[in-house]
Design a protein around this ligand. Sequence first.
Ligand SMILES: C[S@@+](CC[C@H](N)C(=O)[O-])C[C@H]1O[C@@H](n2cnc3c(N)ncnc32)[C@H](O)[C@@H]1O
Length: 284
Amino acid sequence: MQKLINLLVTQIKDKNQIKDLEDKLIIEKINKYFLTNGDIRKKLEKEFLKKENKIIKSKLFKEILKIIRKEIGIIYGSFLTSDFDKREKYLNQANTLEETQSMLKLHKSTRERVDYYNEIYNKIFEWKKPKKIADLCCGLNPISISLMKEILNYTPKYFASDINPKDMEFMQLFFNKFKIKGTAKSYDLTKLEIIENKQFKDCDMVFLFKALDSLEFIKKNCTKELILKIPSKNIVVSFPTKSLVSKKEFKIEKRNWFIKFIEENNFKYERFEIENELFFLIEK
Ligand SMILES: C[S@@+](CC[C@H](N)C(=O)[O-])C[C@H]1O[C@@H](n2cnc3c(N)ncnc32)[C@H](O)[C@@H]1O
């Protein structure tokens, strides 16, 4: 039924924002869905055999499309602005690192904190001064390295990671263009393979900005295992206090599981809040 899967992939990618998402990641989601919904798979396959070319009009096909698109939206697509695919053009036009800051507006998470970066990095770097940062589920946050440099008075080394290989190719181009000692590599963080990466192992500060909700949505409790296995002692975790999509406020109680987890492990921590975002500075 490879033909059916391919058709699902093409239809799912027929949304501008996720057109660059690697097929492999979409196929994984489809297979996972069919694994837990075997009866739906059989029904769809039967329909496909009967009316191959018209399957995209079928109610069942459309429903499955909607479910998988929603999941991909929650973990990836909904954070991208409609201009996200202009990032390479922006990078080509930027002559200095400072000029890249306008690119922060191409991803909703960085766009939202653009006016607060100074405050955020002042707080973080007053707490600890890193030599090498690992930015996980990074989105476009590594582009804010010029703002880090302003506060630290030096450019930290960098390791950036997010789920889509194409996005990490772009991030590597950014590091190379401005001669930043940085590596970008894609990982699905729910799988923990990143722990073995040599470039990741020697980072002395890890950023997990607005990352835990997406990861927990895919695999409950995986972020606890990740935090316990991260080699660096210093980890900065942030949570949105408002939904990026619906703007609905999240109650602080929603984060109690996380506070309980860091307290149970006797990690030292401080916290601070800016508009729409709550930060935890954690020392393991
Ligand atoms: C809300 S955005 C935050 C982006 C960035 N950390 C920031 O705050 O500016 C969440 C990010 O997590 C990434 N992501 C979601 N699921 C992931 C996974 N399983 N592995 C790695 N990255 C993932 C998404 O691609 C997205 O860039």
